[in-house]
Design a protein around this ligand. Structure first.
Ligand code: ATP
Ligand code: MG
Length: 319
């Protein structure tokens, strides 16, 4: 009848739309994806890049993001129902690059039950009593779920490399701390990520690449806006002084840990609307690359469902 035909048509257009959107998302995220670290140079990425989009496109970009967020929610629902894969999203950046805002906006549609965010700050005494991956390992996403690391074990080749005095606090046997330590950490991270990948943990890493000038603008905004004062910390200014060291550490880290199975996305971060769009696109592409589907119901289950329906309707009649 007309009603069911209309329903079917609606369903189909929705399917076509998401297919098209996924294709666009994949294409959109691609320029920022680094799978072969050896070829990567940070200077090739402009933090102010917005591809073909201009600031006039901002409202449209926001609209597209909200459609993307919806699509992400649908994919997450399948991820959770299927219960095979999990997705680990790693966010790294200088202060005020927009990690928190990106999480807030991109994940606004997903079911909180299947998603966890962990922020890794200065390590605790308990953390320091273990190997450097320990605290992250404890917080990996469950199967079927999305885990977001707001900072991660990558701090171990970033902040710890820039401030090597942090290494001493880790109490690693001195004999094991040689000039090869960063090379060894890269190797350990690559091995760890390969291990996770082989276990069905899909890893996508994001470096939100903000410029030093834009960071200054955002810090000033935090100082001048009472509602943003809480976000400002004096230590952020201190870290800013090490900008070039951080950029070198980021470049070397990405060069050594970008792989096909666990790529880095180096995302321009001077325009928040653009950053969010690029990250959402990459996450959609990652989820779509999996064979996500609702679990197939077997004959036994179908019979069970039919019996349950009968029982329910039967009861209804009696009342
Ligand atoms: P926000 O400022 O938005 O609240 P944040 O991630 O910057 O978020 P902070 O508490 O300001 O949080 O900073 C955490 C600090 O901890 C960062 O400077 C980071 O470099 C540092 N940190 C994280 N991991 C380690 C580590 N393994 N060793 C030493 N310092 C670390
Ligand atoms: Mg901070």
């Amino acid at each position: 009848d007309t009603l069911s035909l209309m329903k079917r048509l609606n369903k189909n257009t929705k399917k076509i739309k998401s297919k098209d959107l996924i294709k666009r998302a994949r294409k959109f995220a691609e320029p920022f994806c680094v799978t072969n670290g050896k070829k990567f140079h940070l200077k090739d990425v402009d933090p102010g890049d917005t591809l073909h989009l201009q600031s006039e496109d901002k409202p449209r970009a926001k609209e597209i993001l909200s459609i993307g967020v919806q699509l992400l929610a649908e994919l997450q629902d399948k991820l959770y129902a299927q219960d095979h894969w999990s997705l680990l999203i790693i966010l790294q950046a200088m202060d005020a690059a927009g990690k928190d805002g990106a999480i807030k906006h991109i994940m606004s549609g997903v079911n909180p039950q299947g998603c966890q965010v962990h922020s890794f700050k200065q390590p605790s005494q308990e953390d320091l009593d273990h190997d450097f991956l320990w605290r992250c390992m404890k917080n990996l996403p469950n199967r079927g779920e999305i885990g977001i690391f707001n900072r991660s074990y990558y701090e171990e080749t970033l902040v710890v490399r820039v401030h090597q005095e942090y290494l001493a606090a880790q109490r690693i046997p001195p004999k094991l701390v040689t000039r090869n330590i960063w090379k060894e950490r890269f190797q350990d991270i690559r091995n760890f990520e390969r291990y996770l990948t082989r276990n069905g943990v899909v890893i996508r890493k994001f470096f939100l690449h903000v410029s030093k000038e834009e960071q200054e603008r955002r810090f000033l905004e935090r100082i001048d806006t009472p509602e943003k004062n809480w976000k400002f910390s004096a230590s952020d200014i201190k870290e800013r002084a090490y900008w070039d060291d951080y950029m070198r550490a980021y470049e070397d880290t990405i060069r050594n840990t970008a792989t096909k199975e666990a790529p880095w996305y180096v995302v321009p971060a001077d325009n928040k609307w653009f950053t969010r769009l690029a990250i959402a696109a990459a996450i959609i592409a990652a989820l779509d690359s999996l064979d996500l589907a609702y679990p197939k119901v077997n004959d036994k289950k179908l019979a069970e469902l039919a019996a349950a329906k009968e029982a329910l309707l039967g009861k209804g009649k009696k009342r």
